[in-house]
Design a binder for this molecule. Structure first.
Ligand code: PAF
Length: 282
């Protein structure tokens, strides 16, 4: 596996793959790789000739009170995992390589509407940071396909829209959530949970499964369901941020005519904010 730190070296490698007519798959990450990330890499290996993974803890997507400095950095372990999967290239840019004029002066990309609801409400500026870095990485890697986890469902929809709106010739692939045996969605943030929070965390998924069953069973008063399940999330030991029953494409509130539904939830256990979702056709 080649480790590339400069955009120039990455572009040279890209040129060689293009000349050899190889299809390039891209998996952007912030490192601290778990099986969820590795599933993205496996999907990329399945569809493409060459797989590029990036590891960049993107300061632009962290809020002032968020965990940028504390974000886990495990480069040696990450490299070993990617080598074992046969990844061709690892892109490891520095902050100054990505933001040479500094963050304050950086041109940005913002997907309107979708960026300012749900997680965008409690994390202002987060999706601007995500869209900007992903756009820059796409311009550098120039992939044929890019792979994102469905765990970050809103992020995936935002990137799909960005690619469509900016006419990017890139196929965006969503990869299903990887879960622990308990049902807890895999996330780098799970590492922040203490023992009792770990025991509590899987109940979030169990509650959204129960909510899905209620909807499938014919319950249609979504406002009432949201109220009842938010109370249950609180009783289970979480501080709920939001619970939404949404249209799976637009992420706007579902109504009784919506057939493709996603349940989205964000809730705190202590200081750790967990998200999860479940999509289904009614
Ligand atoms: O999902 C993530 O890990 C990040 O938001 C991404 C897509 C790598 C952009 O920094």
């Amino acid at each position: 596996m080649q480790s590339l730190t400069s955009v120039q070296a990455l572009r040279q490698a890209r040129k060689n793959w293009r000349n050899a007519d190889q299809k390039v798959g891209f998996v952007p990450t912030m490192g601290n790789l778990h099986n969820g990330h590795l599933q993205l890499v496996r999907a990329a290996k399945e569809h493409c000739d060459v797989v590029v993974v990036s590891i960049f803890v993107n300061p632009m997507q962290f809020g002032k009170n968020e965990d940028l400095d504390a974000y886990p950095r495990t480069l040696d372990e990450d490299k070993a995992k990617l080598e074992a999967l046969g990844v061709e290239a690892l892109f490891l840019p520095t902050v100054s390589e990505m933001y040479p004029r500094g963050l304050a002066k950086q041109t940005y990309v913002e997907v309107p509407g979708l960026s300012h609801i749900l997680c965008g409400t409690s994390r202002p500026g987060h999706f601007r940071g995500v869209a900007t870095i992903v756009c820059k990485l796409f311009n550098m890697v120039s992939p044929d396909m890019a792979f994102f986890g469905e765990k970050d469902f809103q992020q995936l929809q935002i990137i799909r829209l960005m690619a469509q709106d900016l006419s990017m010739p890139i196929t965006i692939k969503g990869v299903p959530i990887e879960r622990e045996e308990s049902g807890l969605a895999m996330s780098s943030r799970n590492g922040y949970l203490n023992e009792s929070q770990r025991a509590c965390a899987p109940s979030l998924y169990r509650l959204i499964i129960a909510l899905k069953e209620d909807i499938k069973g014919g319950k249609r008063d979504y406002a009432q369901l949201i109220e009842a399940y938010t109370a249950q999330i609180e009783q289970a030991g979480f501080k709920p941020d939001y619970l939404a029953i949404s249209d799976a494409e637009t992420l706007t509130a579902a109504d009784e005519n919506t057939t493709d539904i996603v349940i989205l939830v964000a809730a705190y256990l202590g200081n750790t904010r967990l998200i999860d979702n479940l999509s289904f056709t009614r």
